[in-house]
Structures are given as C-alpha cells and as structure tokens.
Design a protein around this ligand. Structure first.
Ligand code: ADP
Ligand code: NA
Length: 326
C-alpha cells in the first residue's frame, strides 16, 4: 500500500537546529505516511571532513534524539547509523571501479569542498557521491528527497545504476527517482545567512526555553527601523518570517499591521516570538527529554534499525557479487 522506498541520509552534526527541523526532519516525518523510509545517520561520510572523531558517537546520538523527538517512528521506519551496516563500503568499492574520476572532480559540490578545505582534499572526499550512491542503491530505494542543490548527486547515482546494469548485463540495481522538495529555507539569527551551526546563528531544537528566549532577543530585525517610533517593514524582517512559521495567522496579521504603524516595537515583537516558538517546540522538547534519559534505549533503536537494514543490504550484495562475478 506504500508508494515505494525512500532513503535519505544526513551527516551526524549533533544537536539539530530549526533549519534542520523545518528544512529536512519534518519532511522525513511526513514521508512516513506514504513511503517505507530508511533514514541513515551517515557517520562514514562525516569522516571526509571532520578533524577529530571524539564527538562522532555522541553526535549520532544527539541527532537520533532530535529525529525521534520530531516524530520519526522507528516501528515504521528504519533509522540507523551508516557504519553499522558495513556492506555499504563493499558496494562503494565495487561502484568506484565503474565511475569516471573526471566526472567526480567536476561536480560543483566537490569544487566547493576543495575551496573550503584546500588542505584536506582526501581520496574519500572525491568519492563522497559514490558512497552516497552506495547508500541509496544498497537498499534499492525508489525515491530520494533532495534539495535542488543536491540534484547533480542524484543524477550521478542514476548514471551509476545505468553503467552498472549495462556492464553486468542485468537489471540488478534500481534507478532512484529524484523527489525534488521545495525545502523551507530558515535564515539564521543574523537575518543574512542560512541558519547553520558553523555560523553560530542557530536555535537548537533541544535548547531550553530561557536559552531560546535569549537567542531570539538577539535576532536582527528590519535594519532600516532605527527608532521605536519608526514604522517597520515586515517584508524584510527575519523576526516576521519566524512569526509566519511559529505564530497563529491572527497574531501574524496583527503584528504585520502594528509593525507598519509603529504600534509594536521590535523588542515586544521578539518577546512574542520567543513565547510562541517555545510553545510550539515544547511537545518536541519533552519527548526529547524522555529519550535523553534512556540513551541505551535509543542505541537499541539504532541497532535494531541496522539489523533490519542489514537484511536488505545482504540480499543486494549477494546479487551484486554474483552479477560482477566475485
Ligand atoms: P549536511 O552537510 O549533511 O547537509 P546540514 O546540517 O548542513 O548537514 O544539513 C542537514 C539538512 O538540514 C539538509 O537537508 C539541509 O538542507 C537542512 N538544512 C540545514 N540548514 C538549513 C536551513 N538553515 N534551512 C533549511 N534547511 C536547512
Ligand atoms: Na545532507
């Protein structure tokens, strides 16, 4: 009765922020309705760029906590840590013999990473899209949710499938459909950049109410509005964008009017936002607290997910080895 199998992976970046929640996690949660879903915390991918791995396990756990709190249902979906199903590395190696190096180094995402980490262009970084392909193909996913910037990677994966199947003369691997999603882009507290941990402009899902309130009070509003008596322009105000995401329509309408007429000041506007934001995150945060108090149970969920994923992976690898002649 489901439409197919969705696979998506995200690097273990630790505690997730509102950008991750609205831009990715809520989408994951929604897809569970119509698809069988496999969500992977891709710790092997993280090794391509992290300097130290001391936090890696903890970051996997923190991310799993946020996923569970947001509503990823482990009874329904498979949620696991990539390295717990090492078959992905075997498939990666086999696929790596079938892809062109030039194609990999031409990908815009690779060029961007070289620009960002010029002194750490390791072999694994070049193969990042091959590992991503192995992830998707190991589970024979039918659909992969991607933002438009990730589209070249998925197109690459589809090419890998065609090459592989052509070489072995059999339809072994499955070409995944690109499920291009219009992701909500959440701006950071600075109102200029995308919300991101590395820019320290984020609000963590797991932050407590007081920390959240303090963060909200630092948000940049309409920079043209200098004095309290100046009318503001909600169209250019990041706080107003957040109201649209977290406040009721009635309150959004009132704030819009009052801002334009200088009826409400930015400080009060932010106070209201903090209250509404905390209210909407409260259920999620209390679920997170429950899971936080039982980390062993969360690891069990991840191990169970890996067991289920491994069954699929083993079957695919039998077919792949046989097809390749290994
Ligand atoms: P990765 O490098 O694995 O993409 P990120 O933490 O940058 O790690 O992103 C994880 C997911 O969260 C991605 O799907 C990304 O598009 C989404 N995301 C991150 N930041 C934002 C943001 N500010 N607004 C919307 N979505 C975001
Ligand atoms: Na990602």
């Amino acid at each position: 009765n489901k439409k197919g199998l969705v696979f998506s992976g995200a690097r273990p970046t630790g505690r997730q922020h509102l950008g991750n929640l609205l831009g990715a996690i809520q989408n994951y949660v929604g897809l569970q309705q119509d698809y069988d879903c496999i969500y992977s915390i891709v710790d092997i991918h993280a090794l391509t760029t992290v300097e130290t791995t001391v936090d890696l396990k903890q970051n996997c756990l923190e991310m799993a906590l946020d996923w569970l709190a947001a509503g990823i249902n482990p009874d329904q979906s498979i949620m696991f840590v990539q390295s717990h199903v090492p078959q992905v590395m075997e498939l990666h190696t086999i696929l790596s013999m079938m892809v062109s190096l030039g194609k990999l180094t031409d990908l815009p995402t690779f060029k961007e990473k070289v620009r960002m980490h010029p002194n750490n262009v390791n072999y694994g970084l070049v193969g990042y899209p091959v590992l991503m392909s192995a992830d998707i193909l190991l589970y024979k996913a039918n659909a992969v949710p991607v933002g438009i910037d990730q589209a070249p990677h998925l197109e690459f994966t589809r090419e890998v499938v065609r090459t592989f199947n052509y070489r072995v003369g059999k339809q072994v691997l499955v070409e995944p459909q690109m499920k291009v999603t219009q992701f909500t882009k959440v701006m950071g507290l600075d109102g200029v950049n995308k919300m991101s941990k590395s820019l320290d402009n984020e609000i963590e899902i797991a932050a407590d109410a007081e920390t959240t309130r303090k963060r909200v009070m630092t948000m940049v509003t309409d920079t043209q509005r200098i004095r309290r008596t100046d009318p503001g322009n909600p169209d250019v105000c990041n706080v107003f964008s957040f109201h649209k995401m977290f406040s009721s329509q009635a309150e959004v309408d009132t704030i819009e009017q009052e801002c334009r007429s200088a009826g409400i000041g930015c400080v009060d506007c932010k106070k209201k936002l903090a209250v509404n934001l905390n209210n909407s995150l409260e259920p999620l945060r209390s679920r997170r607290h429950e899971f936080e108090s039982k980390p062993d149970q969360v690891w069990e969920i991840l191990y169970d997910g890996a067991d289920r994923a491994r069954k699929i992976a083993d079957q695919t690898m039998l077919e792949v080895r046989e097809a390749v002649g290994l």
